[in-house]
Structure formats: structure tokens, C-alpha cells
Write a protein that binds this ligand. Structure first.
Ligand code: GUN
Length: 170
């Protein structure tokens, strides 16, 4: 970048808003020039897309569940750790970031029907910026924020990570 951007600079430049999961976002695309898709939850855009930003002030995208497949693309800043809990109870942890030689991922596919959380890792920038392309398109009716007690009851073997990546009151 032309100068050392702060998290606030990125929020202003991309006109991001706080997201209910934590972090900041803005929808950049919805396929409204095409017919919608019929899903079990009703009609959805074929695809939607957002910018998503984590910052030192809002470093966690707490556990949530989506019906749709989501492709994530890393853009800028410090690495972001993803924690995925699959329906069979297995936990997968991986890192999105630009250090591909260290195994960090520029792209990440998260299938629909699993629990996902993200966390900004320490680094010089104080923010991590990605994009998400969601298909069928995002709809709040397809998304569930994780309730800490219920998630721990369902996946007791992952209590520590669930406590780290959910809100105390939720
Ligand atoms: N997460 C992934 N896509 C979206 C979106 O379009 N809107 C919101 N609020 N959250 C999302």
C-alpha cells in the first residue's frame, strides 16, 4: 500500500460497518441481475459477497453457522486463524494470510452446515482483511450465532476454543 494504513483507515476507505459476529463488513455484490435460487429457507441470490475485517479492537468473528458454502479470500494485513467444527465433532484450525511458504492460505472454502469462528493473530498491521463469496447468497435466516452453553453441551471436547470464540452472554 502507498502508506501504512491503520484499521480505522481501512474501515473508512472501504466504508465498513460493525458485524453482529464481531469485526466489520460491507456487502459488495449480490447477483440481483439473475433469477434467485429456491432453497429450503426460501429464495436466495445465486451469490453474494462481502469485505470482512478483523481489528485489534474487534479481533474475533465469533462462532456462527451458515447454510451456504463460503469462499474466503485473504487480501491484506495480519493473518487470521479459522476454527471450524464439523457435524461429526471434528475441529479444524487453519490460518489465512499472505505467508504461503509457511502454509498460510490465500483461499479457504468453508462448506455450508458447519460452525466457523475467526480470530486475528498478532502482527504489525493490527487488522486482517478478507473477502467472502457466499452461494447461495447470504441471508440472516440461514445464519445462527453460536450460544456458548449449547455449543459446549454439543461439543464438550472443544470447550476451551468455544469459550475463547463465543460471547459470554450468548
Ligand atoms: N456474512 C457473509 N456474507 C454476509 C452478508 O452479505 N451480510 C452479512 N451481514 N453477513 C455476511
Amino acid at each position: 500500500m502507498s502508506q501504512q494504513a491503520s484499521a480505522g483507515d481501512v474501515i473508512r476507505a472501504l466504508e465498513l460497518q460493525p458485524h453482529v459476529e464481531g469485526g466489520y463488513f460491507r456487502r459488495t455484490f449480490q447477483a440481483d441481475q439473475r433469477a434467485t435460487l429456491e432453497t429450503a429457507g426460501g429464495p436466495r441470490y445465486l451469490m453474494t459477497s462481502i469485505y470482512y475485517l478483523l481489528t485489534e479492537q474487534s479481533p474475533v468473528g465469533q462462532f456462527h453457522f451458515n447454510q451456504s458454502d463460503i469462499l474466503h479470500f485473504f487480501h491484506l494485513g495480519d493473518p487470521v486463524e479459522y476454527s471450524l467444527i464439523f457435524a461429526d465433532g471434528s475441529l479444524q484450525t487453519l490460518i489465512m494470510g499472505s505467508d504461503i511458504l509457511a502454509g498460510q492460505q490465500l483461499q479457504l472454502h468453508v462448506p455450508g452446515g458447519i460452525w466457523k469462528a475467526s480470530r486475528l493473530l498478532d502482527g504489525p498491521d493490527g487488522f486482517g482483511l478478507i473477502s467472502e463469496a457466499v452461494s447461495p447468497g447470504f441471508d440472516f435466516a440461514d445464519m445462527q450465532i453460536g450460544d456458548r452453553r449449547k455449543l459446549i453441551a454439543q461439543y464438550p471436547q472443544h470447550q476451551a476454543v468455544i469459550e475463547q470464540l463465543t460471547r459470554a452472554d450468548g
